[in-house]
Structures are given as C-alpha cells and as structure tokens.
Design a protein around this ligand. Structure first.
Ligand code: CO
Length: 134
C-alpha cells in the first residue's frame, strides 16, 4: 500500500545552523526557509535525488513540534512520510487493522498542498508516520 518515502522530517532547535550543515557540510541542495502558519512550523526543504529532508522549527506559541523539542532539545527525527495513492482507502485499511489515526481521521492539506494523515507512533514502533496522497 505505501509507496515512496516522500520525506523525513527532523525537528531542529536552530534552523539556520541546521540548513548550513546540510548545505555546507553535507553538500546538499537546500531551499530557503518557508513559514507554514497553518502547521505551526518553519520548514527548510533539503532536496535529495530520491527523497527530501524537511528541517522543522516551531513557528508560534502552540506549534505542534514545541513539545517534541522540549523533550529532545538537540533535535531529532520527528516523522517519516510515505506516499499513498488513495488516502481514504489507506485510512480505512489501517483503522480496520487497529492502527490509530491522529485527530478526527479527516485528511488535512499538508505542507505540499496535498492531503495528509498522521498515524499514532505507538502503533508504528515509536515513529510518527505521515501518509501523503500523491
Ligand atoms: Co511531513
């Protein structure tokens, strides 16, 4: 059911320093920061040949990644995003198998303008999983 790895999201305490590390130390193509007020994050996209890395930094006071950074002050992998063809079919299959979808189960429009859902990390080996319909 899941297809390609769309991105790996890493929460970072210092966005400029993290972007510089990927650009200068790792030699990757790094895009300028983008504020995503609807998601409470500022994002820097790192473009790789086969996937993307998204460096996430809190934007605003009730950012959903603030608590994660409080628990992981030096940053850490926040979620993995897999592509699916049909997000509602994927949701129904997952919930039928006992996986928990976060929120009310209705897909939201994600940072790339496509419908997304998040799956409970306790159901996926401690890793928050995002599904994105492509
Ligand atoms: Co994501």
């Amino acid at each position: 059911m899941i297809g390609r790895l769309n991105h790996i999201a890493i929460a970072v305490p210092d966005l400029a320093a993290a972007a510089a590390r990927y650009r200068d130390t790792l030699g990757a193509v790094v895009r300028p920061p983008q504020d995503e007020p609807n998601h409470g994050v500022t994002v820097v996209f790192v473009e790789l040949d086969n996937t993307k890395v998204e460096l996430l930094h809190p934007l605003g006071n009730d950012s959903p990644i603030r608590a994660f950074l409080d628990r992981n002050p030096s940053g850490g992998i926040h979620h993995l995003c897999y592509e699916v063809d049909d997000i509602l079919a994927a949701r129904d299959r997952l919930t039928a198998q006992g996986a928990r979808v976060l929120g009310d189960g209705t897909p939201k429009i994600g940072a790339h303008g496509k419908p997304v859902l998040f799956l409970h990390p306790k159901d996926f080996d401690g890793c928050l999983v995002e599904l994105e319909q492509v």
